[in-house]
Design a protein around this ligand. Structure first.
Ligand code: FEO
Length: 390
């Protein structure tokens, strides 16, 4: 699909409808887009390539948009294979082309391009460097760890366009976008970039000094209106601030008793007036969505069985994901189940103890096997206590 964004700037990206798991871990029921752009000016600048899965379609788009012109510059904002898989192909097709990228990317480039000869064909750019294309000028911003260390963004001064690499990206092909951009953008952000809030803050600070008319990310739609909304959400997310007051009840149950307790607690929370309650079954629901919801809200309740003198693995996996993504500054209540030697609560608390500013609600609650009337009393009291905090 080739579409004009503004005169001189074409969208030449592709939709991947068939990918089952992005990065081999994130469900993408609505697919994903790999975005690529082409500036056609006195010089022609190609902004990133696409995943190897979609090479043929993308090359067709490139040829159509070039309309006989040749690529002078291949700007590599991000070296990850979902964007740079066709770098070698482009350099072979256009012997006069130069790669424009960060010094870190230039060093990393051979890791993904064995045998590719690029002597004298890489122009490294750093913070504030400019590249004139004719009427258009690209100014580069370094954006390390958003989402890899080599990432750069670029700002085209005439059209006030920010090329934001993975930043402001989202899941879903361009024709299958949720009306609510934040829904999948949030799941994308916390799972892809969530660990790097400080680095995202640094980029947002640079962006605040620019007049931006559109944001062109490497996944998802080009953002053209109400940009303050998107920038504001990124500011909230990267500060690890609460976006939506409420409670996520996440459970991992073997035979259904812990699940029963979690559902009971969710009902009591709703009755007690919690602003929002989300219940997720970590053994079946989308882990990435559970991670997103944990960051979105202020309170997390984890309920898990004990398993082999440790935590039932789906819950361990969830808390491990939170740890990886820099989960912080939230209230956490813990419920365990164990028939003969319950230890899951102690083990879960130890995992949260290693995270920053986690307020553990004590004592934790222990269920022994079946969910019983005494457990109902304890969970009703927990619901009242959590809601009293609002
Ligand atoms: Fe879309 Fe970090 O690659």
């Amino acid at each position: 699909m080739v579409t004009q964004i503004i005169p001189g700037l074409e969208y030449i990206g592709v939709n991947d409808y068939d990918l089952d798991l992005f990065e081999s871990q994130y469900r993408v029921p609505d697919g994903i887009s790999y975005n690529s752009y082409l500036f056609i000016d006195e010089k022609v600048a190609l902004m990133d390539t696409v995943d190897a899965r979609m090479t043929d379609e993308w090359l067709g788009n490139l040829a159509e948009a070039l309309d006989g012109r040749k690529v002078d510059y291949l700007v590599v904002h991000h070296l990850e294979p979902d964007h740079a898989a066709n770098l070698g192909r482009v350099m072979e097709m256009f012997p006069g082309a130069e790669i424009v990228t960060s010094a870190v990317a230039a060093k990393m480039l051979p890791l993904y391009n064995e045998g590719l000869e690029l002597d004298g064909r890489i122009m490294t750019v750093g913070e504030g460097d400019c590249l004139s294309l004719g009427k258009h000028t690209l100014r580069f911003l370094s954006a390390p760890m958003v989402h890899w260390p080599e990432v750069i963004m670029s700002y085209e001064e005439t059209s006030r366009t920010l090329f934001s690499a993975d930043g402001f990206g989202t899941f879903g092909t361009l024709d299958r976008q949720d009306d609510d951009w934040a829904c999948e953008a949030r799941r994308y952000y916390f799972n892809i970039c969530g660990k790097y809030g400080a680095q995202v803050q640094a980029v947002l600070k640079k962006a605040s000094a620019l007049r931006i008319d559109r944001i062109c990310p490497l996944h998802g739609p080009v953002l053209t209106e109400n940009l303050g909304y998107y920038l504001g959400l990124y500011d909230t997310w990267s500060r690890y601030e609460v976006e939506t007051p409420g409670v996520l009840v996440a459970y991992a149950s073997i035979h259904g008793n812990t699940a029963q307790a979690a559902r009971f607690l969710a009902d009591r929370l709703r009755e007690a007036g919690a602003p929002k309650v989300v219940l997720t079954d970590l053994t079946r629901d989308d882990m990435a969505e559970a991670v997103e919801d944990a960051f979105r809200m202020d309170t997390l309740v984890v309920a898990a069985s004990t398993y082999d003198a440790d935590i039932f693995p789906p819950m361990y996996d969830f808390i491990h994901h939170l740890r990886l993504k820099n989960f912080q500054d939230r209230r956490v209540a813990i419920i365990e189940n164990g028939s003969w030697a319950p230890v899951a609560a102690r083990k879960m608390q130890a995992m949260f103890d290693g995270m920053k500013d986690i307020d553990i609600i004590t004592p934790s609650i222990t269920i022994r096997g079946q969910f019983k009337s005494a457990d109902r009393e304890a969970l009703t009291a927990l619901a009242a206590r959590l809601v009293a905090g609002y």
